[in-house]
Ligand binder design. Structure first.
Ligand code: PRX
Length: 645
């Protein structure tokens, strides 16, 4: 992986201190937590793990054979039991676990008791199909409670789930099902998006033409769209659930048994199956959810991510439910039927904690402050941000217009691989600065280092690394431990490399600047440049392709592609459109290039390596950097001339 120069970023340095009233009631009030967790991080994490329900206690907190970690060695637990059963003892059994609002405005509330019934019934359905430890289940669903039920049912019977974001294409779904060799796929007929039913089962049918492992497909009826049901293979969820029995003994899981696999983009064309295990992951997500969001029993907590991404796994499902919170789940888009849908929901359900992404905040800014101003947002007491660097203007807008200058903002830096948040303020303790995720959490050893792995110190730019193992760290890449070692542990001796660049300011605060590898972050979603490039060259007209992420006002970054065509093919607006559609079909709408530039040659070094840095300069209209290593400098001047971006 090429590690390129870290970009500079503009900063605003106003410091926001937690209010005295917030600090006085905060879950974490004593700043010494940083010291004692720093001195003995294993004891710190063990004390957080003790807040979970263990069937059998662990014998050793950490077994570290770098870079392979085992946390809570010998401990036994069940993640589903921790998220559901243990809340049934007292009054919490009648507490809302999930408040669901569908896009058309339908509502459903599941108490913890309801969740227990539905999850155990579906666990029995899966067991009835012969699914057991050693199998995997793929879940391709929209944001509806049945998706959470399916995840927890898998966890209950000890079967790793693999969620595939509903916006991914059938081909992307096929590759993920095949890599995980799933026996069952759970899906819906379709999902609602801005008043239209978007088919999902249809994509599953196409994917399954080349997935030999799949025996059964369970279909939840969501929109009523007509779907083809293959006899013997396809089954309706509601019919299965009608006859299913409630109550299902949870499987006794080892702390290190796999809880789930989640695919994410890397620097090669093949997505990586990130493996998370049971004990450490649940410890990390429950602890961070409680501490960073300052969770109280009475909170209504809303995270707007999709459960198909890690944010949904950790901070809609496992963290919040392990903590017995009330989770709001919303299926639709923020601008349907009107641009105040989110604010209407906050007002309607009196949401107190709201966690969203900078890309959404920038969109709200564009729509105007009259939309939130027309709603009562006084229930809010804490705001969160995740997915990409939040620019100071968006941070301040969020603070003013949504938080009404009354809510701390927790900017949380983390990754699919880290499982839970690594860098974020503790809202009762940490003064915040607009645009900085502030400091590593207690027990987490994040640093910014130079090329040789030495800390850059105050005022320095460098690479973001993690220096000690943490409980919710990925354990490996599914079926590819060598790729795990190469991708994360071979850049800096003994350190986990995040792929991000960052700056440390004079107060030691971390300012994450974005990816320094070949990964693009579009609206907080990761896309590998190599994935888009290989989709493009599969098209019969394309000879070569280079893909970069360029600055985009709303999305953070946009996919920008440069192609050369095969002999005899003429460039046209229709071909550009075709190529964009082709990429969306191969990967999913989120990878669709914003623009495609046709070049007669791509800028390459004399050794044949494409100079992406120059392409980025061209796409962003910057003065070109060093071009002296180019094999043919005229390629760049030609590209500059024809640039129509
Ligand atoms: O570049 C960082 C960015 O998102 C990447 C991780 O993407 P993913 O695995 O899809 O997980 C997204 C949600 C956790 C990181 O390498 N990123 C995430 N959060 C932040 C961020 N960049 C800056 N600030 C953040 N708060």
């Amino acid at each position: 992986m090429a590690v390129e120069k870290v970009h500079e970023c503009a900063q605003e340095e106003q410091v926001y201190h937690p209010s005295l009233s917030f600090s006085a009631r905060a879950n974490v009030r004593d700043a010494r937590i940083y010291d004692w967790a720093g001195m003995d991080y294993q004891s710190f994490w063990a004390s957080e793990a003790e807040k979970l329900h263990w069937i059998k206690p662990w014998e050793k907190v950490l077994e570290w054979q770098s870079p392979f970690a085992q946390w809570f060695v010998g401990g036994k637990l069940n993640a589903c039991y921790n998220c559901v059963d243990r809340h049934l003892d007292g009054w919490r059994k009648n507490k809302a676990a999930i408040i669901f609002e569908g896009e058309p405005g339908d509502q459903m509330v599941l108490t913890y008791q309801d969740l227990y019934r539905e999850v155990t019934k579906f666990a029995n359905v899966l067991r009835g199909m012969g699914i057991q430890k050693g199998d995997t289940v793929s879940i391709y669903m929209p944001m509806i409670p049945q998706a959470v039920i399916a995840m927890l049912a898998c966890a209950r019977i000890g079967v790793p789930h693999s969620l595939v974001f509903g916006g991914f294409s059938s081909e992307a779904l096929r590759d993920r099902i095949n890599d995980a060799a799933s026996k069952v796929v759970v899906t819906t007929d379709a999902c609602w998006r801005r008043g239209k039913a978007i088919p999902l089962k249809q994509s599953v049918d196409v994917a399954l033409q080349s997935c030999s492992s799949v025996e059964k497909v369970v279909v939840v009826q969501r929109t009523g769209m007509e779907v083809a049901m293959e006899p013997g293979r396809d089954l309706w969820y509601h019919e299965l659930m009608e006859s299913a029995r409630a109550g299902c003994e949870p499987e006794v899981m080892d702390a290190e048994d796999i809880l789930f696999i989640l695919y994410t983009s890397g620097t090669t064309g093949k997505p990586k199956g990130i493996v998370h295990t049971t004990g450490g992951y649940l410890t990390g997500v429950s602890s961070t959810h409680r501490n960073i969001f300052d969770l109280k029993e009475e909170d209504v907590y809303w995270c707007t991510a999709d459960i198909g991404w890690i944010t949904g796994h950790s901070y809609i499902v496992y963290g919040p439910l392990a903590n017995g919170s009330t989770v709001l789940m919303f299926e639709g888009a923020p601008d349907y039927p009107e641009k105040d849908r989110f604010w209407e929901i906050i007002e309607k359900y009196q949401v107190s904690i709201f966690y969203t992404a900078p890309t959404a905040i920038r969109m709200f800014m564009k729509w105007g402050e009259q939309w939130p101003a027309g709603r009562d947002l006084s229930s809010l007491r804490l705001l969160g941000s995740v997915g990409e660097p939040i620019n100071p203007e968006a941070w301040s807008w969020y603070h003013r217009n949504i938080g009404r200058e009354n809510c701390p903002i927790v900017d949380t830096w983390w990754q699919t691989e880290t499982g839970s948040v690594m860098v974020a303020p503790l809202p009762g303790l940490t003064p915040t600065k607009a645009g900085s995720a502030t400091l590593p959490l207690p027990g987490v050893f994040v640093d910014v280092v130079d090329e040789s792995g030495n800390p850059v110190g105050a005022g320095g730019n460098g690479y973001l690394v993690i220096k000690q193992p943490w409980p919710s760290m990925l354990r490996t890449i599914y079926k590819d431990p060598q790729r795990y070692v190469d991708t994360y542990w071979s850049h800096f001796d003994g350190m986990y490399f995040t792929g991000d660049g960052a700056r440390r300011d004079e107060d030691g605060y971390i300012w994450v600047l974005g990816r320094v590898d070949d990964v693009i972050n579009v609206s907080g979603h990761r896309i590998g440049t190599a994935e888009v490039e290989s989709a493009l060259v599969e098209h019969p007209t394309v000879a070569e392709a280079a893909v970069i992420g360029r600055y985009h006002e709303l999305k953070g970054q946009a996919v920008s592609a440069f192609v050369t065509l095969r002999e005899g093919i003429a460039w046209s607006p229709e071909l550009e459109r075709d190529l964009k559609t082709h990429v969306a079909k191969k990967i999913g709408g989120l990878a669709r290039p914003e623009e495609i530039v046709c070049a007669w040659e791509l800028p390459k070094t004399r050794s044949g390596k494409i100079m992406r840095r120059l392409l980025r300069d061209i796409a962003e209209g910057r003065v070109l950097g060093d071009t002296s290593t180019l094999a043919d400098p005229s390629v760049v001047s030609q590209l500059m001339k024809q640039k129509t971006l």
